[in-house]
Design a protein around this ligand. Structure first.
Ligand SMILES: CSCCC(=O)C(=O)COP(=O)(O)O
Ligand SMILES: [Zn+2]
Length: 204
């Protein structure tokens, strides 16, 4: 896969996400960083499982502006926030899975705590199931600028990595490149499935 361009890798990741059923209808959005100033973001309202290279729009990270005049994702402001907050982030994947949607509603706190799972080691830098990983959880908002400001304020107080959940909405995660973002998405989704099953079984 590494002989392909980052955009080709992102298109392949979108097809993989679609095949997994993790971006139903027109849900989800995906992006890759071009450089310090620009990223390429999926066009709003498309089926993300069948995107091609032409469905990605250049967006200025500092301003959310698309020089082409085309309409990038409604959640552009979350992608650009991530590229500003995390200079090492090279790709961002946002999905609408059942596990993320349901768990983020069941969990009433400000983070989903994952501990005790070997698969935590799918996340960069994690070495042991004995450690805990907190995935921040924000109330959903149709005002993406307001949501981005809330996430930015939280990050200033509580550093975090890997991704965040939007309540009743989905997961947004990232990595230093498309491969790492894919691994984080697959690892987190597995952990969410485990956590959902554990909570169901332990409630009986
Ligand atoms: C039915 S999808 C609702 C909007 C959303 O949450 C999403 O992820 C897709 O929005 P976009 O503008 O990126 O297509
Ligand atoms: Zn969404």
């Amino acid at each position: 896969m590494s002989e392909h361009s980052p955009l080709d890798q992102l298109v392949a990741a979108c097809h993989w996400i679609g095949a997994k059923g993790w971006a139903p209808a027109t849900g989800g959005n995906m992006s890759v960083r071009e450089d310090a100033r620009f990223c390429l973001l999926s066009e709003s309202g498309k089926d993300k499982g069948s995107l091609t290279r032409d469905d990605f729009i250049q967006v200025e990270i500092a301003t959310n502006r698309a020089p082409s005049g085309r309409k990038p994702s409604a959640e552009t402001g979350l992608h650009t926030l991530i590229y500003r907050l995390f200079p090492e982030a090279g790709a961002v994947l946002h999905t609408h899975t059942v596990n993320a949607t349901v768990l983020s509603r069941v969990e009433k706190g400000s983070a989903l705590r994952l501990a005790g799972y070997e698969m935590q080691k799918s996340l960069a830098g994690q070495r042991s199931h004995l450690d805990a990983v907190a995935i921040p959880l924000f109330d959903n908002d149709q005002d993406i600028d307001a949501l981005a400001r809330r996430i930015e304020a939280y990050a200033a107080e509580t550093p975090f990595r890997y991704g965040f959940l939007l309540r009743g909405h989905g997961l947004t995660c990232w990595g230093q490149d498309v491969n790492e973002a894919r691994r984080h998405l697959e690892g987190l989704e597995f952990l969410f499935e485990c956590e959902r099953q554990r909570r169901l079984l332990e409630a009986q």
